[in-house]
Ligand binder design. Structure first.
Ligand code: GDP
Ligand code: IMO
Ligand code: MG
Length: 429
């Protein structure tokens, strides 16, 4: 399951529903920059690093090697789950090859963001994600399995802090970030982390051999992918389905249905091109009705109309077979709903994302105006109970993308869902 837009499509709600019938839920990329919300009756959960599947009592969860792990955040999240009555004991596993997010990553990120001005700022979540992946690729990172042996851990920390001490001495010194302080941050978590460590590839391929089902939980969205997104206004990992293979060590044949989560309109947090953005009027209305404020940082999300050019790109890059459309209810009050079918650029109309994605900042969207339904869909659970114009909107999108409609979400709660493809709607016995 992947995000098809710029993140915050409502993946948390969809994973939660699918996880009830999955043996495993595995995160393959990103880190605590994700914010996946689930509304279960009066209980509200926001998962950042732990797979959302943890809310299903019999589902086992795995944090893959493609994820960057912030240990204080991981154990804080486990603590919050425990206080909410969710027992994760023996159900959460972490790949020994997952890299750790360390204190210097957040300092370097704050430094980098402070030295960019205005529209050049990426507007990250400040969770240390970019610098953690940078250390991984530069081959100086510290991995989860390094915590097993304190001597080895110290040598790895010496390596990375030593290098940064040379590259950026002022930043580390200004914040007293030393080898000892980094060791101190990791120390309280070592004992609790070690029993969770596994080889993700061995664990998941073993599960596959036993016929167990695995749901791969994507974080962020296609347009935030380091390779396929709107670079440099992206996150630092492969958020798309390609990331599943390298982020967990499972073979390509492990992937069957690919579910893309599509918000019924588009949002984006942080800077970067967004062709269908509506900066005033209807954009503000979408923001208010959709409560479009970040789960991780509380920042307001930029809002605009659905973009079929961008979504077709997401279908192609991820191999999406089904979509789950979320937040349909947010569109209930609009008399007309524009939907972007193409872009005008250099005097031509095109219907694909430009090869140079930075040019998305220059395109002029070409819209088709769809009739609104002007009546509440909030809480509807049967497809036939949706207003005809809402069904027309959904069917138009599926036809344009060549995908099947798996489900429609008509409110934040688990119950506010229309299941369209019964094949994937199974409850475990
Ligand atoms: P994610 O990052 O993709 O998991 O999405 P977030 O959880 O960050 O943001 C989605 C927000 O929309 C959350 O607050 C959800 O509770 C909420 N949400 C999900 N589905 C629906 C829906 O169908 N209707 C409404 N009104 N809200 C929804
Ligand atoms: P979920 O999983 C929306 C955005 C940030 C910023 C860019 C880089 O909840 O959909 P980073 O901290 O990753 O280096 O920031 O990516 N971003 C997200 N936007 N939802 C997310 O996750 C995001 N994770 C990162 O706002 O523009
Ligand atoms: Mg989110």
């Amino acid at each position: 399951m992947v995000g098809t837009q710029w993140g915050d499509e409502g993946k948390g709600k969809i994973v939660d529903l699918l996880a009830a019938s999955a043996d495993w839920v595995a995160r393959y990329s990103g880190g605590a920059n994700a914010g996946h919300s689930v509304q279960a009756g009066s209980q509200h959960f926001a998962l950042h690093l732990i797979p959302t599947g943890i809310l299903s009592p019999r589902t086992r969860c795995l944090i893959g090697n493609g994820v960057v792990v912030d240990l204080p955040k991981l154990f804080e999240e486990l603590g919050k789950l425990a206080s909410a009555g969710i027992d994760a004991t023996g159900r959460l596993f972490v790949s020994g090859s997952a890299h750790l997010v360390l204190p210097h990553h957040k300092l370097l990120e704050a430094h980098a963001e402070a030295h960019q001005s205005g529209a050049d700022k990426i507007g990250t979540t400040m969770r240390g994600i970019g610098p953690a992946y940078a250390d991984k690729i530069a081959r100086r990172g510290v991995r989860a399995a390094d915590v097993i042996d304190e001597g080895r851990l110290r040598r790895r920390v010496e390596q990375v802090i030593g290098q940064w001490g040379g590259l950026c001495p002022d930043v580390l010194r200004a914040h007293d970030c030393s080898i000892d302080s980094v060791m101190e941050e990791i120390r309280p978590y070592r004992e609790r982390l070690v029993p969770m460590l596994v080889d993700a590839s061995v664990t998941l391929t073993g599960a596959m051999r036993r016929g167990e089902s695995i749901l791969f939980e994507g974080a962020q969205g296609t347009m935030l992918d380091i390779d396929f997104g709107t670079y440099p206004f992206v996150t630092s990992s492969n958020t798309t389905t390609g990331g599943v293979l390298t982020g967990l060590g499972v073979p390509p044949t492990a992937l069957h249905d690919v579910i893309g989560v599509v918000k019924a309109y588009t949002t984006r947090v942080g800077n970067g091109p967004f062709p269908t953005e509506q900066k005033t009027g209807e954009g503000k209305l979408l923001q208010e009705r959709g409560n479009e404020f970040g789960t991780t940082t509380g920042r307001s999300r930029r809002c605009g109309w659905l973009d079929l050019v961008q979504l077709r790109y997401a279908v192609r890059v991820n191999g999406i077979t089904h979509i789950a459309v979320t937040k349909l209810d947010v569109l209930d009050l609009f008399a007309e709903i524009p939907i972007c079918l193409g872009y005008e650029i250099d005097g031509e109309t095109v219907n694909d994302v430009p090869m140079d994605t930075s040019r998305l900042g220059e395109v002029v969207p070409v819209y088709k105006i769809m009739p609104g339904w002007n009546q509440p869909t909030a809480g509807v659970t049967e497809y036939d109970d949706l207003p005809p114009a809402a069904r027309e909107y959904l069917e138009f999108v599926c036809d344009a993308l060549g995908v099947k409609l798996l489900m429609v979400s008509t409110g934040p709660d688990r119950a506010e869902t229309v299941w369209c493809d019964p094949r994937l709607h199974t409850t475990r016995v």
